[in-house]
Design a protein around this ligand. Sequence first.
Ligand SMILES: [Zn+2]
Length: 364
Amino acid sequence: MIEWLKNLINIDSPSNDKVALDTLARNLGEQLSNDGGAVEIIPNKVGGNHLIARFAGHSDDLKPILILGHLDTVWDKGESGRRPARLENGKLFGPGAFDMRGGITLILAMVHYLSKNKSQIKRPFTILFDSDEEVGTPTARTLIESEAKKSAVTLVLEPCIPGGALKTARKGVGTFKITASGLAAHAGIDYHNGVSAIQEVAHQILQLYDLNDFDKGTTVNPGVIRGGSRSNVVADQAEIEVDIRVKTISEGKRLVQKINALQTKLKGTVIKIEGSLNRPPLERTTQVIQLFQRARKLATELGIELREGSTGGGSDGCFTADMGIPTLDGLGPDGSGAHALDEHVVVESLVPRAALLTHLVLNL
Ligand SMILES: [Zn+2]
């Protein structure tokens, strides 16, 4: 597993690099096929290809388990050349180690074990690796949803909460762009004939901050601001990019409606509001709780004490949970530092987490 994980860390595959993603999909497809999977490469014209590997069980009348992972990382091409996989004090460091080369490694280990123990597989399972999770899954969402519809349960190999806890609640995520148009004018000669798009955007930003509701877990973050051309010109264009996070679907609907209802404050400006909630929240429903409790019981059989927690980050598990498919997220190995320079996987967690995944797949 250490060798597989090192190899994966040392291959860069940012979400926008089709050649790199296609190569990775092909190579992992070969490995999964050698271990008995029926592999399909799902071609993607506007991004990296997606990968599906299906494994038959003895009880093919049972609905399969869907296992989700992603091929892309947030790191640009060249990153692993500068920071190759490095094993230090029992931790394996490197770009994408925790998110989510580690999770892919567990899947490879499970499949390799099962290739020699085929008789143990009762319920069929389907592995789906998509290529664009880190940018909100624009091209793989329908594919994930159509596979989830056929499945009994979804297991997501995203990073756990550092320490090993699974993620039984995730916030829903949305992005918005608000563009204001005004009228340009000379700031000295003609100031009063101008209409400032920057001033309009300033009003919008304050209204957006007012929509924060920390008690409900709702956050609104105007994270990018752009506009104007010169300091001596009244700006005729300005825009903001906003990230929103919500804990429940109903709160998401309410917030989206509030943002779409924003009105201009200045006479003579026009605002355009674009965006939506692109990942629904993974709510800790009775269904999610029941699945977690079942998993916790199975984990005790391996001597593992499984805990749960929540996170503000979204994942592909949000889509499947939103469809009412019981979803368990955060099954990757222990580690920390996702998307950060100290990103790593705790090596001694690889074997127990691979065993846990295998035990869940064979017994859920
Ligand atoms: Zn991830």
